[in-house]
Design a protein around this ligand. Structure first.
Ligand code: GLC
Length: 469
């Protein structure tokens, strides 16, 4: 792929062999350069990807093409952003990764107070039966209520459930397919609100569930509570996805009423972009190999090039190739490095965040993985990390550019949450730079929506209460 018009952006990882590094006195071997180049995306590549995303959005919104669309564009049934006047006490549940949270959220005059507790979801529960999964959620809710001295209290509850759901109403949602390593049986095709209600009944827990929301929707809602021009919600964490406020007249699949407000938040489920092969030219051998190791092979291909669950594994596979061909680690690849998923995405964060000239963090991570390193190995490993994370930031921006052009405003704020965005040292500045280059005519602000997914579910519940009162 020609990359002659590479973005001029800061930290363009794929060109980031530090020429000033004394230790790397010779030019990197052709294979190293080739691998770094394979992660490179030019401005015209991104423009093409952005156009493809836009076409996929239109297909998802159109009732005639939605059935075969890859990016499903699910209406969330959330019609209004908060106006800051919402108040009251709410419970929220947040399930979307290996941690599950229960929250008590108190809203008062634009102020939010929260108490929450995190429960670990084991691998067995993620991949066991749906009944076990929902029973464990009900148990956690009961425990949390008791600890808060609210055992019998029946506060309205918002459920953040961060998987692709087809919603029929605010509190009716069928799971279409699991993502992010979940495979719990007998949940796909079922109404998850109903499954939660049944589990709570089995466990004698009172429950008044008023809304089910995706984490992107929660993130947008929670930011909009204090920021009036937030129109997009974005998650860059274990998975990736975006939502935005759309005019009802553009949502061909809309089945709800046509009353004011004539708009609805669309949960794009953009992680599935590329599942029809349209991104194949941009995927590397490492993307394909990593996909083969996942529980949802050939699915969520855009997500797999961007999000935290996968970036470490892509880097690991590239390092194994370079090690095996003698370009790294004196040709000796350790058992740990040969082990799938052993190179975590947080290693990219630590390695890229280390400002020292000796790459000490990188050395320590590789030593812990049983590898013997030279200074030039450290430079190469760091460059692979930068290449993979830079590509991820560019791809996310290509998707955002499509959404921004669909919204058509000159100025807007994107509410963002997720560990990758929060912890990675250059993800945010890279995105800001690439946004400037890809959508120069729009002033775009990225705003961290801390704790957005949990807080947002309570806000959806609160807006529903405000509108019905
Ligand atoms: C996955 C889920 C999606 C969620 C995203 C971020 O893509 O399918 O619903 O929003 O992860 O958590």
């Amino acid at each position: 792929m020609a990359n002659t018009d590479n973005l001029t952006g800061i930290n363009d990882g794929n060109r980031q062999m530090k020429t000033s590094d004394k230790e790397l006195s010779t030019k990197p071997a052709a294979e190293v350069t080739e691998i770094l180049e394979s992660f490179s995306l030019s401005k015209s590549n991104l423009q093409e990807i952005s156009q493809l995303m836009r076409q996929n959005m239109d297909r998802g919104l159109n009732s005639a093409t939605n059935a075969s669309a890859i990016v499903k564009m699910y209406p969330s049934f959330v019609r209004s952003l908060p106006d800051g006047t919402e108040k009251g006490d709410f419970f929220a549940l947040d399930l979307g990764g290996s941690n599950f949270r229960v929250l008590l959220v108190q809203l008062l005059d634009g102020d939010v107070k929260m108490k929450s507790k995190i429960y670990k979801i084991s691998q067995e529960t993620m991949t066991g039966t749906g009944e076990q999964l929902f029973d464990s959620i009900a148990d956690s809710l009961a425990e949390f209520k008791a600890e808060q001295g609210l055992g019998d209290t029946d506060l309205p509850l918002g459920f953040t459930f961060s998987f692709p759901c087809k919603q029929m109403g605010l509190a009716t949602a069928t799971l279409v397919k699991w993502t992010k390593g979940f495979t719990a049986s007998n949940v796909e095709g079922k109404d998850v609100v109903q499954l939660l209600k049944e589990a709570c009944k089995r466990k004698n827990v009172n429950l008044q569930i008023v809304a089910l929301v995706n984490d992107t929707v929660g993130t947008l809602m929670s930011c909009a509570y204090s920021c009036r021009d937030a129109y997009i919600g974005l998650i860059l964490g274990t998975g990736t996805n975006a939502c935005y406020m759309e005019k009802l007249s553009d949502v061909g699949t809309w089945t709800g009423d046509d009353k004011e407000p004539r708009e609805v938040i669309i949960n794009m489920e953009w992680g599935a972009f590329g599942d029809d092969g349209c991104l194949d030219d941009y995927r590397t051998e490492f993307d394909r190999e990593m996909d083969g190791l996942t529980l949802n092979k050939s699915k969520q291909l855009y997500e797999k090039m961007i999000s935290g669950m996968y970036l470490g594994e892509i880097v690991r596979l590239a390092l194994v190739k370079l090690g095996s061909s003698g370009h790294l680690f004196g040709g000796k690849v350790s058992e740990d490095l040969k082990t799938a998923w052993k190179f975590e995405t947080r290693f990219l964060t630590d390695i890229e965040g280390d400002a020292s000239s000796e790459n000490a963090e990188c050395r320590s991570i590789l030593t812990n993985l049983g590898l013997t390193t030279s200074p030039s190995d450290l430079t190469i490993v760091r460059s692979v990390c930068v290449a993979v994370s830079t590509r991820a930031a560019k791809l996310a921006v290509a998707g955002l550019a499509a959404v921004i052009s669909k919204i058509g405003l000159n100025e807007l704020t994107i509410a963002v949450d997720g560990s990758l965005y929060k912890k990675h040292p250059t993800f945010k500045p890279n995105m800001e730079q690439f946004l400037k280059e890809l959508v120069p005519s729009v002033s775009v602000k990225l705003m961290l929506s801390e704790d957005g997914s949990g807080k947002g579910a309570a806000l959806v519940a609160a807006v529903a209460a405000r509108l019905s009162s």
